[in-house]
Each structure stands twice: as C-alpha cells, then as structure tokens.
Design a protein around this ligand. Structure first.
Ligand code: CP
Ligand code: NVA
Length: 306
C-alpha cells in the first residue's frame, strides 16, 4: 500500500485540513490541561536534517514524546548521506525501522525521491520550495485568533520563497487572497505563479500598497538557508521591504503579524512590529507543536472517530 505523505500543502484536501485543525484544537486543549494522550506508544519518528533547525526539531521531538512515541534525530553530517549513500537507500532502510519520517532538505526533488522509496509516511520539514508544517500552524493560528480565513487577505512582504509558495497553496485550498510584494527579481517564479488566478494572488511593486486592507501581514528572512552566498546582494535588494509600523497602519486595524522565525529585527521586520501588539509570532511557534501532533496522529493512525 502506498503511504500517505505530506510533501507539500496541496497534498491534503480541504476536508483533511479541517479535520487536522479539529484534532489540533482537541490535542492542544488536552495538553493545556496536562492530560496524557499517547496514541503513538511504541511508534518511532526519524528526523533527517540537512539544514539547521530549532522549532522544527523541538516541536517534532517533543510532540512525538508527548504522544507516547520516540523520535530519532539524524543530522546529515552524522549519517552515511555525508559519505555518498543515495537518498533512495536511506529511505528503503529507515522506513523498514520506523513508522514515520520527517525530512528537512534542499530541493523538493530530494524529498520526493525519498518518499517514492519509503514504506512509511514522509513529512516535509522544509525544502527550498515549501514549508507545509509551518503554514499548517500559521493558518491554524489565524483561525484561533480571528476565525475563518476564507475570503481574507494575507500580505506577503519580501522574498517569494518556500513560505510564500506554501501560503499560495493554502490560499487556493481555503480560498483567500495573497498580496505579494517582492523586490524586482525576487517575485513569484512565473511558472509557479501561472497556477494562480487573481482571486488568490496579486503582485504589488510597493509593499505599503500590498499591506493596504490586509487581515494578516507576514514576512520571512531575506536569505533562506542554502542561499547564503547571496546574502549581501539580497540585503541591498530588500532594503525597502522591512515590515514596519507604516505598513501595519495601512492594514486593517485588527490585522495580525506573523513570521515563521527565526527573525532579524531591523532587516525584514522592525522590532516594534514583531514585538508589538499585533504580533502573534509566539503563538504561531507554539502551534507548530500542536498542529504537528495532529499531523503525526493522522499519518500514523488515520482518522480518529470522535
Ligand atoms: N520556522 C522554522 O521552521 O523554524 P526552525 O528553522 O527553527 O525549525
Ligand atoms: N525561508 C526560511 C525559513 C526558515 C524557517 C528558510 O528556508 O531558511
């Protein structure tokens, strides 16, 4: 049987995502009451990291432990990947030993090759192209604070990176709109943008205009992992794209601010925005834990009848 994977946000239907949000809420409420819930006893998660991580590592490992299972952390340098073992062989081997795998890597093609040779579900913990676990937590966080995201406007300011592309996938599924403002040369890749119509994507040259009327303003680092050689060039190109009070003032009065973190105050976001009253970045980070516990439960156990 082919296992169910979560390699990109669009791998899940609206119905599956709504189910996951219901489970996230249920799991979070029990966790807050210190109630033990261990559907994954004797189950094992393997985590493969080819890039650095704080939140993804801690939320998956803590989440797996809280669900009664264990997590094994594999950093690339400590594995035989670093000595040339093919990713397909790694998939064949570890998927005979564990129940679910999370991978953070470079090109999406790498995780797809892994998944094609895995006997167990594979979760994308970030690739160059997508960050679906983060958007799971972000949409959940929006709904938790403001109710349904259907018909809302999300302003994406900065690099059209893995986070931006995953927001766009979510926009199609939940039917909201993303205003993207990126410096020249950093806009959404035309081949990717071609898959989105004006109901879900609108590009703006000016970031202040992109924020006008937005329900949520969000951004990310100017240089994603793997692109460090472009650091200086990007710092120059993105200079006018720091989310600041002027941009937030143009958004709706009750607009939220999100950032997947780690953040650089004074670069992509002003300190008074990320540390200000509209920011929900700490809830957003915490919800990685709860949303991924729901995801692990779903991928390993299937739907739980309530
Ligand atoms: N947001 C996020 O994925 O954080 P880490 O890189 O720390 O895992
Ligand atoms: N876009 C960033 C997100 C980090 C969580 C990166 O890929 O480095």
């Amino acid at each position: 049987m082919v296992p169910k994977h979560f390699l990109q946000f669009s791998d899940f239907s609206r119905d599956e995502l709504d189910y996951l949000f219901d489970r996230t809420r249920w799991i979070k409420e029990r966790f807050k009451r210190y109630e033990i819930y261990q559907p994954l006893r004797d189950r094992t998660l393997a985590m493969v990291f080819e890039k650095a991580s704080t939140r993804t590592r801690v939320s998956f490992e803590a989440g797996m432990n809280q669900l009664g299972g264990i997590a094994i952390n594999l950093n690339r340098g400590d594995t035989q990947l670093s000595r040339g073992e093919p990713i397909e062989d790694l998939a064949r081997v570890i998927s005979r030993m564990v129940d679910v795998v999370m991978i953070r890597t470079f090109e999406q093609a790498i995780i797809e090759r892994f998944a094609a040779h895995s006997r167990v579900p594979v979760i994308n913990g970030l690739t160059n192209e997508y960050h679906p676990c983060q958007i799971l937590a972000d949409v959940y966080t929006y709904v938790e604070h403001r109710g349904s995201i259907v018909g809302k406007t999300v302003a994406w300011i900065g690099d059209s990176n893995n986070m931006c592309r995953t927001w766009l996938q979510a926009a199609t599924i939940f039917d909201f709109k993303v205003h993207v403002s990126a410096p020249p040369g950093y806009d959404v890749d035309p081949a990717f943008a071609a898959g989105y119509d004006a109901r879900h994507l609108e590009s703006f040259a000016d970031p202040v205009t992109a924020c006008r009327g937005a329900d949520l303003v969000t951004t990310d680092v100017w240089t994603s992992m793997g692109f460090e050689a472009e650091n200086e060039k990007r710092a120059r190109a993105f200079a006018g794209w720091m989310v600041d009070a002027r941009m937030m003032h143009g958004a709706k009065p009750d607009a939220l601010f999100m950032h997947c973190l780690p953040a650089h105050r004074g670069e992509e976001v002003a300190a008074d925005v990320i540390d200000g009253p509209q920011s929900v970045v700490w809830d957003e980070a915490e919800n990685r834990l709860h949303a991924q516990k729901a995801l692990l439960e779903y991928l390993v156990c299937g739907r739980i009848k309530s």
